[in-house]
Design a protein. Structure first.
Length: 209
């Protein structure tokens, strides 16, 4: 059953304050998102299985633990999700990275995939879908469904901030998906922006308007 995990580590909360600040420029914003993604990766991988191995230290032979071969896949939702990938790869360098690009047809309101490229073995991987903002939940919901349609079995969703409305959409449509957040915000406004939020993550990451 999918659960919502708010990662309230002091370093995450501290850096998130500067990410939210409207006066934080593109360079610093990008660096902070990268750092928070790395800290979130530390928390999101807390339950990865371990196995024992034998090594030789400079002193003696000993038994230690290593990751039990659990394959990780990172799937950023284009384009804002790209800003969190490098931070995660610093901790999980062996992870493979897929990409999902979606937009909504303005007339039918149905999701349209304009780009999708995934590792060939996604059915064997623990996939982490990455999107800084979980607002209405539409894009994340569609991306998760695209992965399931292609055989993915184990999916987690990782976002910087979320609105309760978006969380409810994911819980309703994908009750098996755990959600990891740095903060659960108050609400969506009339324009579907998260309040208090941080503005448009893609624009702030890439310096566009």
């Amino acid at each position: 059953m999918g659960n919502v995990h708010v990662l309230d580590h002091p370093l995450i909360q501290h850096k998130l304050s500067f990410i939210r600040d409207r006066n934080t420029g593109t360079k610093e914003f990008r660096e902070l998102v990268d750092e928070v993604a790395m800290l979130m990766a530390f928390e999101i991988t807390r339950d990865l299985p371990l196995e024992e191995t034998t090594i030789e230290t400079p002193v003696t032979t000993t038994t230690t633990k290593v990751l039990a071969g659990k394959k990780i896949g990172l799937v950023p939702i284009l384009r804002a999700g790209l800003g969190m990938v490098d931070g995660m790869l610093k901790l999980i360098p062996a992870a493979k990275v897929g990409h999902v690009g979606l937009y909504r047809d303005p007339e039918t309101l149905k999701p349209v995939e304009y780009y999708i490229k995934l590792p060939s073995d996604i059915h064997e991987r623990e996939l982490i879908v990455i999107d800084p903002m979980l607002a209405t939940g539409g894009s994340a919901n569609d991306a998760i469904q695209s992965l399931k349609n292609r055989g993915a079995k184990n999916i987690r969703l990782m976002c910087l901030i979320a609105a309760p409305e978006g969380v409810e959409v994911i819980k309703e449509h994908h009750p098996d998906v755990d959600i990891y957040l740095a903060a659960l915000d108050e609400k969506l406004d009339d324009h579907a922006y998260i309040v208090p939020g941080l503005g448009d993550a893609g624009d702030r990451l890439f310096g566009t308007k």
